[in-house]
Design a protein around this ligand. Sequence first.
Ligand code: ADP
Length: 854
Amino acid sequence: MAEKKLTPMMQQWHEIRAKLSDDTLLMFRLGDFYEIFLQDAEWGAKLLGITLTHRHGMPMAGIPYHAADTYMQKLLDQGVKIAICDQMETPKPGKLVKRELTRIITPGTRLADTQIDANRNHYLLALELDKKGLNAAWLDLTTGEFVLAREARPENLFAAFEGIDPREIIVPEAAATEWSKKTHEHGFNELYQHICAGRAVTSIPDYHFDLSSGAQSVMDALGVLNLEGFGLDRKHPALGAAGALVHYATETLCAKPENLRRLKEYSSEKTLLLDPATLRNLEIFKSAANTRQGSLIAAMDETVTAAGARLLERWLCAPELDVEEIQRRQNCVGEFVTAPGLSTELQTLLKGIRDIERILGRLQNRMRNPRELGGVRDTLNALPAIAATLLEFPDTPVAAIAERIYDFGPLCDTLDRGLADELPGKIDDGGTIRDGFDEELDHFRSLTRDSQKWLSEFELAEQERTGIKNLRIRYNGAFGYFIEVTKSNLALVPEDYIRKQTMKNAERFTTEVLKEREREILHAEENAIGREETLFNRLISEILEYADNLKITAEALAEIDVFIGWAVLAREWDYCKPELDHSDQLLIDQGRHPVVEQMMRNERLGLAGTHAFVPNDCRLSSSGKGEAAPQIALITGPNMAGKSTYIRQVALIVLMAQSGAWVPARSCRLGLVDRIFSRVGASDELARGNSTFMVEMNETANILNNATPRSLVILDEIGRGTSTYDGLSIAWAVIEHLHPKDASGARTLFATHYHELTQLAKTLNRLENYSVAVKEWNDEIIFVRQVIKGAADRSYGIQVARLAGLPSTVIDRAKTILERLEADDSSHNLLRKRMKKEKSGDDTRDEDEQLALF
Ligand code: ADP
């Protein structure tokens, strides 16, 4: 069958479509529409819920240009990549319009403010594995933040990835398939699959990860001749991944990214590491219910600007190991704690600024609209008052931040004079530039304005001349200016009127005079818009000349926002400034759980009589020496007593302290922690599916292999995912492992319902027993939520079961069984006997053992 000849426009479509991958949808500009053709039309129409039409048998679907944003958002939400093909010249009849790809929008390269979450960073992450380790680079195109990293132990980097929460992951083609199979060591595949789950993964040809060309394209993008200024060598192994990012950004922006100015190196040695399981268990960014509400970040976020919220997120996912930096942050918070009036004033001023980082990102990457310039203007106008207020903190670390806020007087002045008060959404809507700013523009505008006057005079004159009272001069886009006469008055129309169009109730005419004037008016309008565009671009260039200083200023403002937010929190909840040092101690007086405490007060507002949060102390030291001994605190107590809350609050206080915040405690002294590990026994994780016990053991293995004497380990009900004997034995052995004989070990909190473990205190000299106290009253228990020295005497399981509403027959029966078990004074001994046997591989059970227990 002979191939159908394509129209030139469809040929153009095919040429452009061929450059794109199958998962990208091409939106092809055709006049006032974006058209979607052929294979794209079928899935596009379905995803958008719009009508699929056919022309000459060809499937197509169209969306109006002016409503495109809404439709694009819909596609992006469904994970579709969109390629935009625009008309590059004004269409002329009979000639094929020049069209080009102007942008490919993918989950990790979105820039428009309608397409991104203002309070979150949007990272694009590239990964590459070589024989010596994992190379990675990540980039937030919206702000220009660009980071690379190399780790011999991939798991250290995966910990960071969880925190940065990439929107899209770029991998080399060949590796992508291999990594999805289970072949690598050290759980690499599991980690890789975990980070990819629910995220867009894009594979690109391997050669884009080439090291030396990567280094070159990174330097080009940064506009530098070498990387020494960033403290990096051009042979850094992660430059391949960084180069892949620059390539991908260039391809999707259809131009070089213009807002990359700095490249930083991430090193797991400079940050408190939080692996993915710990971030989940401690509910740092998301609650167990997978919502932001109920997470630590939600409880700590009192910021008023989007840039502040993003900085808070960055700080919480990479707490510091640098005492000086931590103290700088704490001291800044302290300044604001003691100056509540000024803090409130500053917060009010900060609310008036706009997201300069992201506005710059868009302006630099050719996404320009008049309102972005208005954002810069409004921010610059707010700066002097902010700077003046910061002067009230002389000789403090806050004053040092104030020095990073630049003076943009001349730029601010130009923008004030140049921009209108109310700005249009698009430059060609007109009205961006203020009257009186530019003579030439004023001249064109006055021509148009005079024309308006001329038109109303002309209307009046024609009404008089013809005697048609309701004669009107009107305008529309398709027909230009015309004289409209209703049908009933047609008899009065003079000879010189030229018919233009017939309507139902009226006729439209023009005259030679009106035609001439129409030409003049349209010309003047066109000239005015053209002139506005020139001036607009000039203003943008002027802003971009200050880009670096604007960025520094924006970062300083974001810091102030976070610090004031933390100060607000500290005052409201009575937090203290923790003391940090290089000791091996962890001393918390009257610590509280920041999230539970807030939730309890909120509940209490509606629920009279609920008790307030009960504070608790914590004392740990890795050497088991000094004020803070022991190294391991073993915490027993009935279910619901508050064990999990307690051990998590300790971890959260450490994390908050090393982020630079103040903490919910009366006092806190902390020897720096290098990693926090937190694991929860399997049955709490059931919701996550797959072999939960296996997951629990994997994670526990990770702790045992990676915890150092500087680490903090929080274990909750480890061993619960299997039978009692197994579980107890594993828990037992894990504790022994965490307690090296003659050396220091990780500071550890171990919550368990295995009472047998309390025996360990007899053999392990750095382990101490604690329990969460309960009171008994009329065979019921009352939780007092207090952590006290010494093991719990029993587990109160039956009383807790009663609280949970188990039928009384079951409760009574359980009590009888318990009494019988307790009466048999050897039941504990039996258990130990049993464990001894298991150790020796003997799997038989004594008759009396069975009988006694059941
Ligand atoms: P466990 O781990 O011992 O089973 P949880 O830590 O889950 O107990 O605590 C049970 C409930 O008790 C929590 O939901 C919390 O609301 C409350 N709670 C825990 N600790 C405290 C405390 N210190 N003060 C007040 N209420 C608390």
